[in-house]
Design a protein around this ligand. Structure first.
Ligand SMILES: CC(C)(COP(=O)(O)OP(=O)(O)OC[C@H]1O[C@@H](n2cnc3c(N)ncnc32)[C@H](O)[C@@H]1OP(=O)(O)O)[C@@H](O)C(=O)NCCC(=O)NCCS
Length: 164
């Protein structure tokens, strides 16, 4: 399947069953009710990557007083290392720049090399850690922050993209 057939869309409640299926293969999966609660957060933003074949990835986040937080990001296992995680993040940067957010935070498992590499590529910096933050399975969290205060608008999909 080629990436052009995969569309980035605003998440709806109808997406939740497929998202829940993908969650089952992640450490610390959210329950179906948690997914529904996140989708309803008033300051939340949520995007999916879908094709005719179904759901390939999703992101949940929230912005409060100019500070954004990525709360969940996942790409379906068979579609990883194809640039989809990066594509979802670029969609988020466009949204956050429109919102005039000045920074974006997230927590990631210290040993999650795929995610930390993706965030590093997106210019996140480590600003702290939380020992024993994760329970199932146990692990430490890194706190990452991306500065958006001088970010320039990113062209929409299909146009040339730029780093921020
Ligand atoms: C982390 C995750 C979202 C990455 O999604 P992805 O679509 O595979 O990532 P991309 O293909 O967009 O990769 C972009 C860059 O991230 C880095 N990266 C991604 N996966 C990597 C891996 N397994 N090992 C090393 N670097 C990796 C690379 O720099 C990559 O760029 P490159 O392919 O040009 O080298 C995906 O692995 C995933 O869903 N993991 C399980 C859930 C999770 O850990 N979520 C994050 C919680 S904070």
């Amino acid at each position: 399947m080629n990436g052009a057939e995969i569309r980035c869309l605003t998440m709806t409640a109808a997406d939740l069953p497929e998202i829940w299926n993908i969650e089952q293969f992640l450490p610390s999966p959210w329950t179906f009710n948690q997914l529904g609660d996140e989708l309803q957060l008033p300051m939340g933003w949520h995007f999916t990557l879908k094709s005719a074949a179904g759901m390939h990835g999703y992101i949940f986040g929230i912005t409060v007083a100019g500070e954004a937080e990525i709360r969940k990001l996942a790409i379906q296992r068979d579609f990883r290392r194809q640039g989809l995680g990066h594509r979802l993040l670029e969609r988020v940067w466009r949204h956050l720049i429109t919102q005039k957010a000045t920074s974006c935070f997230l927590e990631v498992r210290e040993e999650n090399t795929a995610a930390t590499a993706l965030y590093q590529k997106n210019l996140f910096q480590t600003v702290g850690s939380r020992l024993g933050y994760y329970k199932l399975p146990p692990g430490n969290a890194l706190i990452l922050r991306k500065d958006l205060s001088s970010a320039q608008p990113i062209p929409a999909q299909g146009q040339k993209t730029c780093e921020i």
